[in-house]
Design a protein around this ligand. Structure first.
Ligand SMILES: NC(=O)c1ccc[n+]([C@@H]2O[C@H](COP(=O)([O-])OP(=O)(O)OC[C@H]3O[C@@H](n4cnc5c(N)ncnc54)[C@H](O)[C@@H]3O)[C@@H](O)[C@H]2O)c1
Ligand SMILES: O=C(O)CC[C@@H](O)C(=O)O
Length: 528
């Protein structure tokens, strides 16, 4: 008999399958402190949570029998995934069940914003009959900017079309084809910022998306733009938004999520009459809570019964003989993926992985999972992992090709990675060097020797005197210390690259200054 503990309020209808299962007993104990949970978790085979329970390494250490942790929802920010993976605990989530509810909440926020409903309600119930202060705007014929066109963003776009809005969207995975099918015009973040009357964000919170709408974007926006965030706090810079409201650029904003939740009483959003707020209610509908509970309960039963399951967000088992050959290359593969994903421009359409040497003797799928996780993680953050990376890439129509070849170019083993986007095709190669560890040994056609870690600047330029000096001076002036520097070229005076590792990330303004140097073709900031 398996024992399942439910430690957050979760829809009873949704977990009926667990109650009905003859091989499962279910106990509900909500509101437990970490101490209380740690004291009892040892009895249970599975734990089912929403977002309140923090499943820390200590809880997992105490959960000696734990086989699975289920999250009734999308974000697994409250579960320590590394600790779960280390202990072989499968973590599953329910990514689809709350899409529509969150999309509808976004629309509710957009309409409340357009018609000042919360503000008007407050005055009316306060006894005032004020019709002059709350003249709104129509959605029809307005431009909606959608940043992040995944599950929720795409549903929002569809509904906006029905309201007669024009939609302009940005997502690194949004190809021309898919955009056309959705009736969405493609744009960059800055283009979306400049064109939209309403802007809504639907990305995860990652290094790339943190502050994706900040001061420079607000400065590009139309006077009177309205902003909505029902995704994650921090995607829109909270301080810059308040400033843009004060400057009259932003007419109003609607937020369901905050950098820190719940926000403190002095949070600037709470006393601003132009900002409407809800307490992270996107997924709070009867239907969504039922859907996510059904999805996660079914998956938990599969895991407990050793049946195949799909929505794991951490690690699957790999046969020992395959693991021993591939494991040393997992981290390199992940870093190569992150490196190349930050190097390319455009929407990724194809990932080609080529291995040679001993690595070619085994099934390289587990390694490919790490590489693809690396490729997707700058866009998807902690949502992507080695269990779901292939699935996520394929579900976004990204073609994956695994090849084997006999050319190791003098190395014992070589991994070569190519990304094809709608704009370009780029390749890097990496290996493990005896005594030196992981190295990227080729970037495009140039031989290099880069440890894939820390802050890297990758610069394409024309090979001519003075560039290295000007760049060094510029970085020095901006207090950016160069740790290592390499240059590579094909012919004297031709195209060349420079790879610098620097001691701290370069600010956007510094990158812009570098890009403006005479002779430079491109500069890419890579963070590993
Ligand atoms: N308010 C709530 O209660 C609630 C409920 C559900 C989901 N969410 C949040 O909503 C967000 C979207 O959820 P989803 O289910 O649509 O996820 P999803 O994975 O289907 O879509 C996210 C999209 O963001 C894109 N993206 C990643 N980096 C980007 C970047 N730099 N610029 C533009 N786009 C980028 C991805 O390519 C992907 O298509 C998540 O943050 C999720 O946690 C909030
Ligand atoms: O209401 C919840 O459980 C949070 C939902 C949402 O933020 C998610 O990531 O699924």
């Amino acid at each position: 008999m398996f024992k399942v503990l439910i430690s957050d309020p979760i829809s009873d209808m949704g977990i009926q399958k667990l109650y009905d299962a003859e091989d499962v007993t279910v106990e509900k104990k909500t509101g437990l402190s970490e101490d209380e949970l740690a004291a009892i978790i040892g009895e249970y085979d599975a734990l089912l949570v929403r977002s309140q329970t923090k499943v820390t390494p200590r809880i997992m250490e105490a959960g000696k029998k734990l086989k699975a942790i289920g999250r009734a929802g999308v974000g697994v920010d409250n579960i320590d995934l590394n600790a779960a993976t280390e202990r072989g605990i499968v973590v599953i989530n329910a990514p689809d069940g709350n899409t529509i509810s969150t999309c509808e909440h976004t629309f509710a926020m957009m309409m409340a914003l357009a018609r000042n409903i919360p503000q008007a309600y407050k005055k009316t119930v306060g006894g005032e009959w004020d019709r002059k202060s709350f003249v709104g705007v129509e959605l029809r014929n307005k431009v909606l900017g959608v940043i992040g066109m995944g599950r929720i963003g795409s549903e929002v776009a569809k509904r906006a079309k029905a309201f007669g809005m024009e939609v302009v969207g940005y997502d690194p995975f949004l190809t021309e084809d898919r955009a056309e099918k959705l009736g969405v015009k493609l744009g960059t973040v800055n283009e979306v910022s400049a064109q939209a009357d309403f802007i809504t964000v639907h990305t995860p919170l990652t290094n790339e998306t943190r502050g994706i709408l900040s001061k420079p974007q607000f400065e590009l926006m139309k006077q009177g733009v309205r902003i909505i965030n029902c995704a994650r706090g921090g995607i829109i810079d909270e301080g810059a938004l308040v400033e843009a409201i004060d400057q009259g650029i932003v007419a109003g904003a609607a937020f369901d999520v905050f950098v820190s939740e719940p926000p403190t009483a002095d949070h600037p959003f709470l006393n601003n009459p132009k900002i409407i707020v809800t307490p992270h209610l996107g997924a709070s509908t009867i239907e969504a809570q039922e859907n996510v509970a059904i999805d996660v309960s079914e998956e938990l039963l599969h895991i407990l019964r050793d049946e195949p399951f799909k929505n794991a967000v951490n690690m699957p088992p790999v046969p020992a003989n395959v693991l021993s050959k591939l494991q040393p290359y997992f981290e390199l593969g992940d870093k190569m993926g992150q490196f190349l994903a930050q190097m390319v421009d455009g929407a990724i359409g194809e990932i080609i992985i080529n291995v040679s040497g001993d690595l070619a003797d085994v099934d390289t799928q587990p390694l490919a999972r790490y590489i693809i996780k690396g490729v997707l993680s700058p866009y998807m953050g902690s949502e992507v992992n080695i269990v779901n990376s292939m699935h996520l890439a394929k579900s976004r129509d990204v073609k994956i090709e695994r090849q084997k070849s006999s050319t190791t170019k003098g190395f014992t083993n070589l991994i070569s990675l190519t990304l094809k986007t709608d704009k370009e095709e780029k390749t890097i190669a990496g290996t493990l060097l005896n005594g030196y560890g992981a190295r990227i040994v080729q970037v495009d056609q140039y031989p290099v020797d880069i440890a894939p870690a820390g802050n890297i600047l990758l610069i394409s330029h024309t090979d001519k005197p003075g560039i290295v000096g000007r760049l060094g001076t510029l970085l020095g002036t901006n207090d950016v210390n160069i740790a290592t520097m390499q240059v590579g070229r094909k012919v004297i005076g031709g195209s060349a690259i420079m790879v610098l590792t620097i001691d701290k990330p370069a600010e956007k303004a510094v990158i812009d200054e570098i890009a403006a140097l005479d002779g430079l073709t491109s500069v890419k900031k890579i963070q590993l």
